[in-house]
Ligand binder design. Structure first.
Ligand SMILES: *Cc1c(COP(=O)(O)O)cnc(C)c1O
Length: 223
């Protein structure tokens, strides 16, 4: 199957309200252009250098999403053009994004990453941590950061019911924040969950944005 055919099939699988972010990390511009010609305009990358190189090489109506771990010292390279940063997982990073957004005179859209998997990982707020860090006064300081929702990754497991439980827990947290702290903020409406192996479950559990790489571009080869 070609990239365009794979995209068509995935589109049939996901409702119109769910955004498809094609994860193009490690893939050449030629592959990304195939997806672009098939109508995809949202692409996800996880390395700043690769992301900026592709941004420069490709059509300017693409929305670039940074889906990987975001290092504070690299925010400046993507601040002028990034459409959404998915992996925001600490307060210091929010402050850096605020500063860089101010410098570029734009508000930078972000998702807060929540650790929902049982696997050990350095990345992501715990639900409790998130609710203590996010205060009204912090949110008021962040004039150049637009917190648009939450992002999470389920455990890498064959146990479908575990994946389902993890996505459910993120959806519950998302709904709780949306009805409390973000009740008057219509920007807070993205729930980024689901990848090639688990996007069906994620959508069933309320995902509004799926990040799909290998199911579109094939397996990745890492050096
Ligand atoms: C690589 C990656 C994806 C896509 O993974 P696939 O299994 O290839 O669909 C999604 N989200 C994040 C955060 C990733 O790093």
């Amino acid at each position: 199957m070609t990239i365009a055919e794979k995209i068509q099939n995935i589109r049939k699988d996901i409702p119109d309200r769910v955004v498809l972010c094609a994860v193009s990390k490690t893939k050449p511009v030629s592959d990304i252009m195939e997806a672009y010609h098939a109508g995809v305009r949202v692409f996800g990358e996880n390395k700043v250098q690769e992301l900026t190189a592709k941004y420069e090489a490709m059509p300017k109506d693409i929305e670039w999403h940074m889906i990987g771990h975001m290092q504070s010292n690299k925010v400046k390279y993507i601040a002028p053009f990034i459409s959404l940063i998915h992996g925001v997982d600490n307060e210091k990073l929010l402050q850096v994004i605020q500063r860089e957004g101010q410098k570029c005179c734009r508000s930078i859209r972000c998702l807060l990453q929540v650790h929902i998997a049982t696997e050990e990982s350095k990345f992501g707020f715990s639900a409790h941590e998130l609710e203590t860090v996010l205060t009204r006064s912090l949110l008021n300081e962040l004039t150049h950061v637009e917190i648009c929702g939450l992002m999470g990754m389920a455990s890498f497991t064959d146990d479908q019911s575990q994946i389902q439980r993890e996505f459910k827990s993120l959806k519950i947290l998302f709904d709780r924040l949306r009805s409390t702290l973000f009740a008057n903020n219509s920007d807070f409406r993205i729930l980024s969950m689901g990848m090639s192996g688990d996007y069906h479950i994620a959508i069933q559990e309320g995902s509004t944005l799926v990040r799909i790489g290998s199911a579109i571009f094939g397996d990745r080869e890492y050096l």
